[in-house]
Design a protein around this ligand. Structure first.
Ligand code: DAT
Ligand code: MG
Length: 148
């Protein structure tokens, strides 16, 4: 089992996509183990995107992520990091395939609706950053039907 950090960005919240997005992860079979809405501080956003601090789009990215509420989520399942990235689709919404969240809802590389961790170390870092009080431990009874 892996746990991954997923966040609906301000554009996804403003466009009313929160329910649709949660639905996709939940129906796929991932287990929701953390969920909250918050207006990210500049400090939180800059720590989250620290790896991009030298990139030309960094300041614009921070301005965007702090421009309105986001919905932070933690999803658990077998290979949850890669599974979530597949549900999300590639960074550029115009290149993302239909059926992915970005492919269905995004037309931009910056305003691309949603974030998902890209590796085990980043997932661990991002989960501790956004959910410092920990996650919700429970077992989804449907997992007996989701996994062999
Ligand atoms: P991803 O979100 O698919 O993991 P990333 O980690 O490479 O993509 O970049 C983080 C975010 O930064 C991305 O979701 C949107 C923004 N971004 C990336 N490349 C960009 C670019 N060339 N111009 C503007 N924003 C960009
Ligand atoms: Mg990334």
């Amino acid at each position: 089992m892996q746990t991954t950090f997923v966040m609906v960005k301000p554009d996804g919240v403003q466009r009313g996509l929160v329910g649709e997005i949660i639905n996709r992860f939940e129906q796929k079979g991932l287990r929701l183990v953390g969920l909250k809405q918050l207006l990210p501080s500049h400090e939180l956003a800059s720590r989250h995107y620290a790896v991009h601090s030298e990139r030309p789009f960094y300041e614009g990215l921070l301005k965007f992520i702090t421009s309105g509420p986001v919905v932070a989520m933690a999803w658990r399942g077998v290979d949850a990091i890669a599974v979530a990235r597949n549900i999300i689709g590639p960074t550029d919404g115009r290149e993302a395939s239909p059926g992915t969240i970005r492919g269905d809802y995004a037309m931009d590389i910056g305003h691309n609706i949603i974030h998902g961790s890209d590796a085990e170390e980043t997932a661990e870092f991002e989960l501790s950053l956004w959910f410092p009080d920990g996650l919700v431990e429970w077992t989804r009874s449907a997992e007996d039907w989701i996994y062999e």
